[in-house]
Write a protein that binds this ligand. Structure first.
Ligand SMILES: [Fe+2]
Length: 234
Protein backbone atom coordinates (compact mmCIF):
# COMPACT_ATOMS: atom_id res chain seq x y z
CA UNK A 1 0.00 0.00 0.00
CA UNK A 2 1.62 3.27 -1.21
CA UNK A 3 5.04 1.65 -1.11
CA UNK A 4 4.47 0.19 2.34
CA UNK A 5 4.54 -3.62 2.66
CA UNK A 6 1.72 -3.92 5.14
CA UNK A 7 2.48 -7.47 6.28
CA UNK A 8 6.06 -6.41 7.15
CA UNK A 9 5.07 -3.31 9.10
CA UNK A 10 2.37 -5.33 10.88
CA UNK A 11 5.04 -7.88 11.86
CA UNK A 12 7.13 -5.00 13.26
CA UNK A 13 4.16 -3.96 15.38
CA UNK A 14 3.71 -7.56 16.55
CA UNK A 15 7.39 -7.65 17.59
CA UNK A 16 6.91 -4.39 19.52
CA UNK A 17 3.84 -5.84 21.24
CA UNK A 18 5.86 -8.88 22.33
CA UNK A 19 8.29 -6.56 24.13
CA UNK A 20 5.63 -4.79 26.21
CA UNK A 21 5.81 -5.38 29.97
CA UNK A 22 3.29 -6.23 31.21
CA UNK A 23 1.67 -7.80 28.19
CA UNK A 24 -1.65 -6.21 27.17
CA UNK A 25 -4.82 -7.90 28.42
CA UNK A 26 -6.37 -7.68 24.99
CA UNK A 27 -5.96 -6.30 21.48
CA UNK A 28 -8.65 -4.30 19.77
CA UNK A 29 -8.42 -4.41 15.95
CA UNK A 30 -10.42 -1.46 14.66
CA UNK A 31 -11.02 -2.57 11.07
CA UNK A 32 -9.51 -2.55 7.59
CA UNK A 33 -7.86 -5.83 8.48
CA UNK A 34 -7.49 -6.79 4.82
CA UNK A 35 -7.13 -4.88 1.55
CA UNK A 36 -8.40 -7.61 -0.78
CA UNK A 37 -11.09 -9.18 1.45
CA UNK A 38 -9.76 -12.71 0.77
CA UNK A 39 -9.95 -15.68 3.12
CA UNK A 40 -6.17 -16.02 2.70
CA UNK A 41 -5.57 -12.50 4.01
CA UNK A 42 -7.66 -13.11 7.13
CA UNK A 43 -5.94 -16.46 7.69
CA UNK A 44 -2.60 -14.66 7.48
CA UNK A 45 -3.78 -12.21 10.15
CA UNK A 46 -5.11 -15.01 12.36
CA UNK A 47 -1.78 -16.87 12.03
CA UNK A 48 0.23 -13.74 12.90
CA UNK A 49 -1.84 -13.20 16.05
CA UNK A 50 -1.66 -16.78 17.38
CA UNK A 51 1.95 -16.57 18.71
CA UNK A 52 1.11 -13.44 20.72
CA UNK A 53 -1.36 -15.35 22.93
CA UNK A 54 -3.13 -12.05 23.67
CA UNK A 55 -6.93 -12.16 23.31
CA UNK A 56 -7.79 -10.17 20.18
CA UNK A 57 -11.19 -8.73 19.29
CA UNK A 58 -12.05 -7.10 15.98
CA UNK A 59 -14.60 -5.11 14.05
CA UNK A 60 -14.87 -4.55 10.29
CA UNK A 61 -13.72 -1.54 8.26
CA UNK A 62 -14.60 -0.39 4.76
CA UNK A 63 -11.90 -2.61 3.26
CA UNK A 64 -13.27 -5.72 4.98
CA UNK A 65 -15.91 -8.30 4.11
CA UNK A 66 -17.86 -9.51 7.13
CA UNK A 67 -18.95 -12.68 5.39
CA UNK A 68 -15.35 -13.59 4.53
CA UNK A 69 -13.72 -12.61 7.83
CA UNK A 70 -16.27 -14.04 10.28
CA UNK A 71 -15.55 -17.71 9.51
CA UNK A 72 -11.78 -17.14 9.88
CA UNK A 73 -11.26 -14.71 12.76
CA UNK A 74 -12.82 -16.85 15.45
CA UNK A 75 -10.10 -19.15 16.75
CA UNK A 76 -8.35 -18.32 20.06
CA UNK A 77 -6.63 -16.02 20.75
CA UNK A 78 -8.93 -14.25 18.26
CA UNK A 79 -12.53 -13.89 19.43
CA UNK A 80 -15.61 -12.85 17.43
CA UNK A 81 -17.58 -11.44 20.39
CA UNK A 82 -18.76 -7.86 19.98
CA UNK A 83 -19.49 -7.19 23.63
CA UNK A 84 -17.46 -8.39 26.59
CA UNK A 85 -16.16 -7.28 29.96
CA UNK A 86 -12.48 -7.17 30.97
CA UNK A 87 -10.85 -5.52 33.99
CA UNK A 88 -14.07 -3.91 35.18
CA UNK A 89 -14.74 -2.30 31.78
CA UNK A 90 -17.45 -3.09 29.29
CA UNK A 91 -16.42 -3.17 25.62
CA UNK A 92 -18.94 -2.68 22.80
CA UNK A 93 -17.79 -3.15 19.20
CA UNK A 94 -19.92 -1.83 16.35
CA UNK A 95 -19.94 -2.34 12.61
CA UNK A 96 -20.10 0.91 10.63
CA UNK A 97 -19.37 -0.98 7.41
CA UNK A 98 -21.53 -0.11 4.40
CA UNK A 99 -20.70 -2.66 1.67
CA UNK A 100 -19.16 -1.00 -1.38
CA UNK A 101 -18.74 2.38 0.36
CA UNK A 102 -15.70 4.11 1.86
CA UNK A 103 -17.78 6.10 4.32
CA UNK A 104 -19.48 4.44 7.27
CA UNK A 105 -22.94 4.36 8.77
CA UNK A 106 -24.49 2.76 11.81
CA UNK A 107 -27.72 0.95 11.02
CA UNK A 108 -30.82 1.45 13.15
CA UNK A 109 -30.33 -2.14 14.34
CA UNK A 110 -26.74 -1.36 15.45
CA UNK A 111 -27.84 1.78 17.26
CA UNK A 112 -30.62 -0.13 19.02
CA UNK A 113 -28.21 -2.92 19.98
CA UNK A 114 -25.73 -0.34 21.34
CA UNK A 115 -28.44 1.20 23.50
CA UNK A 116 -29.55 -2.25 24.67
CA UNK A 117 -26.00 -3.12 25.77
CA UNK A 118 -25.62 0.19 27.58
CA UNK A 119 -28.81 -0.52 29.52
CA UNK A 120 -27.42 -3.86 30.73
CA UNK A 121 -24.35 -2.56 32.58
CA UNK A 122 -23.15 0.59 34.29
CA UNK A 123 -19.49 -0.48 34.13
CA UNK A 124 -17.13 2.08 32.59
CA UNK A 125 -17.50 1.50 28.88
CA UNK A 126 -15.36 1.69 25.75
CA UNK A 127 -17.26 1.83 22.48
CA UNK A 128 -15.41 1.14 19.26
CA UNK A 129 -16.23 1.44 15.58
CA UNK A 130 -14.18 1.88 12.41
CA UNK A 131 -15.31 5.29 11.17
CA UNK A 132 -14.78 8.47 13.24
CA UNK A 133 -18.07 9.86 14.62
CA UNK A 134 -16.54 13.35 14.69
CA UNK A 135 -14.66 15.64 12.33
CA UNK A 136 -10.89 15.25 12.47
CA UNK A 137 -10.28 18.55 10.61
CA UNK A 138 -9.04 16.81 7.48
CA UNK A 139 -11.38 17.74 4.64
CA UNK A 140 -11.01 14.62 2.51
CA UNK A 141 -11.23 12.29 5.50
CA UNK A 142 -14.19 14.08 7.06
CA UNK A 143 -16.07 13.38 3.80
CA UNK A 144 -15.65 9.62 4.33
CA UNK A 145 -16.32 9.46 8.07
CA UNK A 146 -19.46 8.19 9.83
CA UNK A 147 -22.52 9.50 7.95
CA UNK A 148 -24.85 9.54 10.96
CA UNK A 149 -22.76 10.79 13.89
CA UNK A 150 -25.67 12.67 15.47
CA UNK A 151 -27.64 9.45 15.96
CA UNK A 152 -24.60 7.77 17.52
CA UNK A 153 -23.77 10.72 19.78
CA UNK A 154 -27.39 10.96 20.93
CA UNK A 155 -27.05 7.44 22.36
CA UNK A 156 -23.59 8.04 23.83
CA UNK A 157 -24.76 11.28 25.49
CA UNK A 158 -27.48 9.35 27.30
CA UNK A 159 -25.14 6.93 29.11
CA UNK A 160 -22.50 8.54 31.34
CA UNK A 161 -20.68 5.23 31.83
CA UNK A 162 -19.26 5.63 28.31
CA UNK A 163 -15.75 7.00 28.82
CA UNK A 164 -14.02 6.22 25.55
CA UNK A 165 -14.91 6.00 21.86
CA UNK A 166 -12.09 4.41 19.86
CA UNK A 167 -11.96 4.22 16.07
CA UNK A 168 -9.72 3.27 13.13
CA UNK A 169 -9.94 4.45 9.49
CA UNK A 170 -7.90 7.66 9.81
CA UNK A 171 -4.32 6.23 9.90
CA UNK A 172 -3.21 8.87 12.41
CA UNK A 173 -3.31 9.65 16.11
CA UNK A 174 -6.34 11.68 17.17
CA UNK A 175 -7.53 12.72 20.61
CA UNK A 176 -10.52 14.93 21.34
CA UNK A 177 -12.84 15.27 24.33
CA UNK A 178 -16.58 15.90 23.99
CA UNK A 179 -18.94 16.05 26.97
CA UNK A 180 -16.64 13.98 29.19
CA UNK A 181 -15.97 11.32 26.55
CA UNK A 182 -12.58 10.94 24.84
CA UNK A 183 -12.69 10.23 21.11
CA UNK A 184 -9.48 8.49 20.12
CA UNK A 185 -8.01 7.57 16.76
CA UNK A 186 -4.95 5.38 16.36
CA UNK A 187 -2.01 5.18 14.00
CA UNK A 188 -2.20 2.49 11.36
CA UNK A 189 0.04 -0.56 11.48
CA UNK A 190 1.03 0.35 7.92
CA UNK A 191 1.05 3.72 6.10
CA UNK A 192 0.14 6.94 7.97
CA UNK A 193 -2.00 9.83 6.73
CA UNK A 194 -0.94 13.39 7.46
CA UNK A 195 -3.29 15.16 9.90
CA UNK A 196 -5.32 18.26 9.04
CA UNK A 197 -4.88 18.28 5.27
CA UNK A 198 -7.45 19.21 2.62
CA UNK A 199 -6.41 16.34 0.39
CA UNK A 200 -4.91 12.91 0.89
CA UNK A 201 -1.23 13.18 1.94
CA UNK A 202 1.03 10.35 3.10
CA UNK A 203 2.87 11.02 6.36
CA UNK A 204 6.41 9.69 6.76
CA UNK A 205 5.90 8.97 10.48
CA UNK A 206 6.29 5.35 11.60
CA UNK A 207 3.50 2.78 11.97
CA UNK A 208 2.18 2.18 15.45
CA UNK A 209 -0.74 1.61 17.77
CA UNK A 210 -2.47 3.13 20.78
CA UNK A 211 -2.06 1.77 24.29
CA UNK A 212 -4.84 2.15 26.83
CA UNK A 213 -4.48 1.56 30.57
CA UNK A 214 -7.98 1.23 32.01
CA UNK A 215 -8.75 1.31 35.75
CA UNK A 216 -11.93 -0.27 37.18
CA UNK A 217 -12.99 3.13 38.59
CA UNK A 218 -13.38 4.42 35.03
CA UNK A 219 -10.17 6.41 34.90
CA UNK A 220 -7.68 5.69 32.15
CA UNK A 221 -4.43 6.70 30.52
CA UNK A 222 -3.45 6.41 26.89
CA UNK A 223 -0.38 6.82 24.75
CA UNK A 224 0.75 6.24 21.20
CA UNK A 225 3.48 3.73 20.51
CA UNK A 226 5.28 3.74 17.21
CA UNK A 227 7.71 1.16 15.99
CA UNK A 228 11.02 2.59 17.17
CA UNK A 229 9.78 5.38 19.47
CA UNK A 230 7.44 6.05 22.39
CA UNK A 231 5.33 8.99 23.49
CA UNK A 232 4.41 9.40 27.14
CA UNK A 233 1.06 8.54 28.76
CA UNK A 234 -1.39 11.40 29.12
FE1 LIG B 1 -11.08 2.57 6.62
Amino acid sequence: MFGCTTADTFRSVIERLKQLEPQPDLLLLTGDLSQDETTASYKQLQNLLVPLSIPAYWLPGNHDSLTVMEPVLNQPPVFPEKTFSVGGWQFILLSSLVPGCVYGELSQASLAWLEQQLQLSTQPTLVSLHHPPCFIHSEWMDAIALKNPAEFLAVIDHYPQVKLVVFGHIHQAFDQERQGVRYLGSPSTCVQFQPETQEFVIDSIQPGFRLLALSPDGSYETKIERVGSTESFH
